[in-house]
Design a protein around this ligand. Sequence first.
Ligand SMILES: C[S@@+](CC[C@H](N)C(=O)[O-])C[C@H]1O[C@@H](n2cnc3c(N)ncnc32)[C@H](O)[C@@H]1O
Length: 327
Amino acid sequence: MRILLCGNGIVSEKYLDTYRMVRENVKGYVISDDIPLPQNSENVFHISDLCKVEFDELDIANSHFETVVQILEVGIKKEKIVLCYVGLVYEYLKQYGKLDVRVRVPAVLTSMMVESGMVYGNRIGSINNTELVINEDYCRRGTLQLLAREINERGIIGDVAELGVYRGDFSQYINEAFPDRNLYLFDTFEGFWKEQEMQNVSSGFSREIDIMNSDFSDTCVSTVMKKMIHPHRVIIRKGLFPETIPDEPIGFAFVSIDCDLYQPILDGLRYFFPRLSNRGYIMLHDYNNPKFSVGVKKALSDYEEEIGERVMYVPIPDESGSIVIMK
Ligand SMILES: C[S@@+](CC[C@H](N)C(=O)[O-])C[C@H]1O[C@@H](n2cnc3c(N)ncnc32)[C@H](O)[C@@H]1O
């Protein structure tokens, strides 16, 4: 078995972690034509050279749909293409209306769950007449949907927000779940600020390698906005939080804080928690994620010390060990 892998970031790391068979059979790497080939590497190929290379399957494990389009354009047979990231599957269906390439992503596939209405995940299509429910951090997304249902059905007042947006992958679901509320999106939209990054490492809140591996700079506002289904509801606050806090008074019904680093998380709690409506929720990411939990936990406990009271929360078993804070 000769597998070529297209992707070298967190997505491919997770993919290789999950599938041992793939790990053992990767024989080469594929990169976009605009990235120079590394010197003396015989097993790295440009997309446009793929027709000259022999392989059994090409696993696309990154979050950039452009690479799928480019690979299709050079004429690679569809039966050799494997989509390894749920966002690609979702986008593929949106663009082409059917799934005629292969897919290898963790999926929840119980028809009983579907029939009983227990599924709040991303039900996107069918393969061999089996409903395919993609597990794109199913627990995180399902939790958001249920919290949104609570908030909307109970008429909890307030806008919604995400601090730490990156490419808008979670923000889009917040936007979808709250079509009638303003969605404030706080991010540099240029990745981590070097100083805060180094501060986090020197304070022992995260390891340098975990931060350096993903600096989140490959994004911009238009990438995020393209994903929003109610774009007129989105208010972009670009820059270093908390400098980007709006002047006007705002109340919040739902907030996602997902910025990895101690300082902005503490600043986020200082800003959002006092403005959170009664029976509103804050999803705080990475609380039980070993890569970041030291800083995240300290941010929450320092905040509790500042306000002189305990914050109520429930841990959830999503991929990054989020907690749901409530009032
Ligand atoms: C883990 S990513 C967010 C992922 C996103 N929530 C998702 O689920 O796809 C962390 C983001 O936090 C942002 N960030 C970290 N510190 C920040 C700060 N002080 N101000 C603004 N953005 C910040 C980074 O730019 C990065 O985009």
